[in-house]
Write a protein that binds this ligand. Structure first.
Ligand code: ATP
Ligand code: MG
Length: 395
């Protein structure tokens, strides 16, 4: 029965002068999400509210599903809109609404009215009482409970009259594109897609980089990362995924550096290259899926040594998360099943049996010196040969 929705937003409501930027970004993301739905929609912005009207037939569940991926949406209220009319007509509309939405009438309810159109003959108190009385007359099984009702029917009298009583929660957060852009180090694991999703939820647009070590890592491992980027793009919009060939650097480290330091040295070069791409693409931060103590390269000492190569801020949204909590989010955002596919990524092949857990920065730097004469060229080759894949969930 619903062909219109009121979209409520939370935090973007408090952005003062810049509010329109947030609203416009939200509308842009809603339009992007709805492109994947059948039907024609019109989006209207009024102060503090966004309305969505379906102009043709559409799939209600599909629309709600797509909107549930749009950051910045606090809640989605299916609404019925009627022209400003005589009170008697309004009561009929409310009765009709109730009848259709609640087949079972054995409920407690209250009416919550707001009248911003002051020319309407009844004020909000009168509306509450009169609409309530009309509903009780029509459906004697209903009962009023003003403190803890099962149903709150909201009646808003504005340019038109809006009736609604349900709110489907949205994902919260802020619209993607309102908080700059970050470069996500995306591996095929469970953590990094969750990490990208979390920062995107705060309004960041996401680009990504994947370090691929062909021959040692398969095409299927790369495809898995592309698939993960596509899954995350349901929330973020298209993700520009840079695939860097890391084999030469990885082998050079493997052949020249102490094996217990392989991972940490490799991570430093990954961060360095990720930062170069980030700067080229105007990202203002790096994002990883690291979490304290998860593996040897994620002790606080290791993180400090990895961090040392970066000048951009590195965001690690999962830093204090337990694995179980990360897994739960990955299931919720539907990346888990892809993440647990078995294909090796480059970190799992070149791992030492006993990696250092408390690396010393000076020692690591000294051991990196063996690469001094060759590393810049290798990095340049990696930069020159990188491949760009645009990951979207629409194809
Ligand atoms: P994930 O954290 O995604 O589950 P992981 O547990 O294997 O992967 P590590 O290998 O310790 O994690 O890597 C830590 C972080 O470094 C990852 O979360 C990711 O941000 C980044 N990273 C690791 N390997 C790669 C890679 N091959 N390409 C891009 N980023 C990577
Ligand atoms: Mg991890």
């Amino acid at each position: 029965m619903f062909t219109s929705f009121m979209i409520k937003y939370a935090e973007i409501g408090i952005k003062g002068k810049n509010r329109y930027l947030f609203e416009d970004a939200l509308i842009r993301q809603i339009k992007y999400a709805l492109k994947k739905c059948e039907g024609e929609f019109v989006i209207t912005k009024t102060p503090g509210r966004i309305y969505l009207d379906a102009e043709t037939d559409f799939d209600y569940d599909d629309v709600l599903e797509k909107l549930s991926c749009v950051f910045g949406i606090w809640g989605i209220c299916p609404i019925v809109r009627v022209p400003v009319c005589e009170p008697e007509e309004l009561y009929k509309a409310c009765i009709d609404y109730f009848d259709k939405v609640y087949p079972d009438k054995k409920k407690t309810f209250k009416v919550f009215s707001r009248r911003s159109n002051k020319s309407y003959p009844l004020d909000s108190m009168e509306l509450n009482a009169e609409v309530g009385a009309a509903l009780l007359d029509a459906f004697p099984e209903l009962s009023v409970d003003v403190h803890n009702p099962e149903i709150v029917l909201t009646v808003e009298v504005r340019d038109r009259i809006y009736l609604y009583s349900e709110m489907i929660p949205g994902p919260g957060g802020m619209p993607v594109g309102t908080n700059g852009k970050g470069m996500l180090l995306l591996s095929g694991g469970i953590d990094s897609p969750v990490s990208g999703w979390m920062v995107a939820k705060r309004g960041l647009k996401i680009d990504a980089v994947y370090f691929h070590a062909p021959a040692y890592t398969s095409e299927r491992a790369k495809q898995k990362v592309v698939d993960l980027a596509k899954k995350v793009s349901r929330y973020t919009g298209p993700i520009y995924l840079h695939v860097v060939n890391f084999t030469e650097i990885q082998l050079a480290i493997y052949e020249n550096c102490p094996h217990d330091e392989l991972t940490i040295i490799m991570r430093r070069y990954m961060m360095r290259i990720a930062e170069m791409i980030a700067k080229e693409t105007e990202c203002n931060c790096l994002i990883t899926g690291e979490s304290i103590g998860q593996v040897a390269s994620q002790t606080t000492q290791s993180l400090a040594v990895t961090n040392e190569v970066c000048t951009l801020p590195v965001f690690r949204p999962l830093i204090a998360f337990d694995k179980e909590d990360i897994v739960n989010i990955s299931k919720k955002i539907d990346t888990y099943e892809t993440s647990i596919l078995p294909f090796e990524d480059c970190c799992t092949i070149f791992v030492a049996k006993h990696p250092v857990t408390k690396p010393n920065l000076n020692v690591i730097k000294k051991h990196e010196q063996v690469l001094e004469d060759t590393i810049d060229d290798m990095i340049q080759r990696a930069m020159d040969t990188k491949e760009l894949i645009i990951a979207t969930d629409t194809e």
